[in-house]
Design a protein around this ligand. Structure first.
Ligand code: AMP
Ligand code: GLY
Length: 429
């Protein structure tokens, strides 16, 4: 079977790596991919995975490519092509594709949509209001004592969420989003949520329109610096499982969130087939959903797929076909830790084309896999090509062992200005 994976980050490298292990796969392409993805080979016949020079948002180009190559299953990594309707487009041409359709992608592309849905179907979330009028939004912030979170409705490159400590900050945030339009049209509407205190964890569930299968827990580290200081990033490292939810608490959370979610989707005519990634705050009053993403997390995917025992082709095919009920997710008992190595300066400006050394030595360590995020090939050498460069991932018998193994691999890798956190998974130990 021929597979096309769309995207170019660490998440997509992890997807390609895991899909390539399936005996079902005879040929694989990735658009546009990266230098690490181009080094992967298929388990079945040792064919190399080929990177294709098509952007993840070039929907007509991707469709033409899939038709020409007679791709049996396309797998979409990032949120943008989903929000643009790539799934609907491929399906209307009779092509099988894994990922959520445009209607379902609204859970990520519109915070107002998600918030209203959660309230309508009784999914535990922050006390919140949704507003198209700045004065009304500010009044609601005041009713929360000014301690609140103001969120631009639309996709704002992960930047449209402003955390406010008092009413003055809240009014400034509302003005920035709604009046100055700092995030463009994404700010025509806002969600204002009460500020929740607690531990934040990532949940993932694979859905097939009727069933949702929950993954184990994981936790991301979103701030750039140790101790959760510095600027917000796409994610500086993850580990799985987290000790903050027991198996029983996870099952209970899944019941509180996934059951009403799937029921609500059916009621609203949303055929949710793909990945649901709720961001959850574990508060004293129980778990509360902060937001929904409609795709795999990055770098959550790196720790999940190193633990997953199932054939990923079979799972994604079942998710797209509505037959997940026949599958049971199986996970390695080992813990997994992923440490992101970023370019110096990230998430601000950073240089590119820095030579990366030590990748082979790191990959040669046992139970270790270096996933590439922002890398490229230049004069047959691997160089940096993005903010997040690598996701150095290792399994261990427990979190401490996995953490030690991941950092041992990080020590082998060098590039000018490399920046990484030294405390990934430390909270759990
Ligand atoms: P979001 O994109 O909505 O997940 O928000 C980005 C980040 O802001 C989250 O990962 C949280 O760390 C923080 N955040 C969002 N909503 C809240 C909230 N209601 N209370 C506290 N922190 C929040
Ligand atoms: N891990 C953060 C994200 O994928 O949005």
């Amino acid at each position: 079977m021929k597979i096309l994976v769309i995207g170019s980050g660490g998440r997509e490298h992890a997807l390609v790596w895991k899909l390539a292990q399936s005996p079902h796969v005879t040929q694989m392409w990735c658009a546009p991919g990266n230098a690490g993805i181009a080094q992967e080979r298929l388990a079945k016949n040792s064919s190399p995975v080929e990177c294709v020079n098509l952007g993840a948002e070039d929907l007509p180009g991707l469709l033409a490519f899939a038709q020409e190559k007679k791709i049996a299953l396309t797998v979409v990594g990032p949120d943008n092509p989903l929000a643009l309707g790539i799934v609907d487009l491929f399906q209307s041409h009779g092509l099988k594709i894994w990922g959520v359709n445009q209607k379902a992608a609204q859970f990520e592309s519109s915070k107002v949509f998600s918030q209203k849905f959660m309230e309508k179907y009784g999914i535990p979330t922050a006390a919140a209001g949704t507003f198209s009028d700045a004065t009304a939004a500010k009044k609601f912030c005041a009713s929360l004592g000014g301690r609140c979170v103001v969120k631009a409705d639309g996709l704002a490159l992960g930047k449209g969420v402003l955390i406010c400590a008092n009413q003055a900050e809240a009014e400034k945030a509302v003005d920035e989003i709604m009046v100055s339009k700092a995030f463009g049209t994404a700010g025509a509407n806002v969600v204002v949520q009460e500020f929740l205190e607690g531990i934040e964890v990532s949940l993932h569930a694979l859905c097939d329109g009727k069933n949702a299968k929950i993954f184990p827990t994981s936790q991301d580290h979103k701030r750039a610096l140790d101790g959760d200081l510095g600027l917000n990033t796409g994610g500086m490292g993850t580990y799985s499982p987290t000790p903050f939810l027991t198996d029983a608490q996870l099952a209970d959370t899944a019941r509180q969130v996934l059951e009403p979610f799937m029921r609500g989707c059916v009621a609203e005519g949303i055929d949710y087939r793909g990945l649901l990634y709720p961001g959850v705050m574990l508060t004293k009053a129980g778990p509360k959903i902060l937001e929904f993403n409609a795709r795999f997390g990055d770098p959550e995917t790196q720790v999940y797929l190193t633990r997953l025992e199932n054939d990923l082709v079979e799972l994604l095919d079942a998710s797209a076909s509505g037959t997940l009920a026949q599958h049971e997710l199986k996970w390695k008992p080992e813990a997994s830790v992923c440490v992101v190595m970023a370019s110096g300066g990230y998430p601000g400006n950073y240089p590119k084309e820095k030579l990366i050394t030590g990748l082979d030595a790191a990959n040669a360590l046992p139970h270790t896999k270096v996933f590439h995020a922002g890398t490229a090939l230049k004069d047959s050498q691997i160089v940096t090509n993005g903010g997040r460069v690598l996701g150095v991932t290792a399994l261990g018998k427990d979190l401490r062992a996995a953490q030690a193994a991941a950092y041992a691999a990080v020590e082998k890798i060098h590039f000018d200005g490399a920046h990484f956190r030294r405390d990934i998974a430390a909270k759990a130990l």
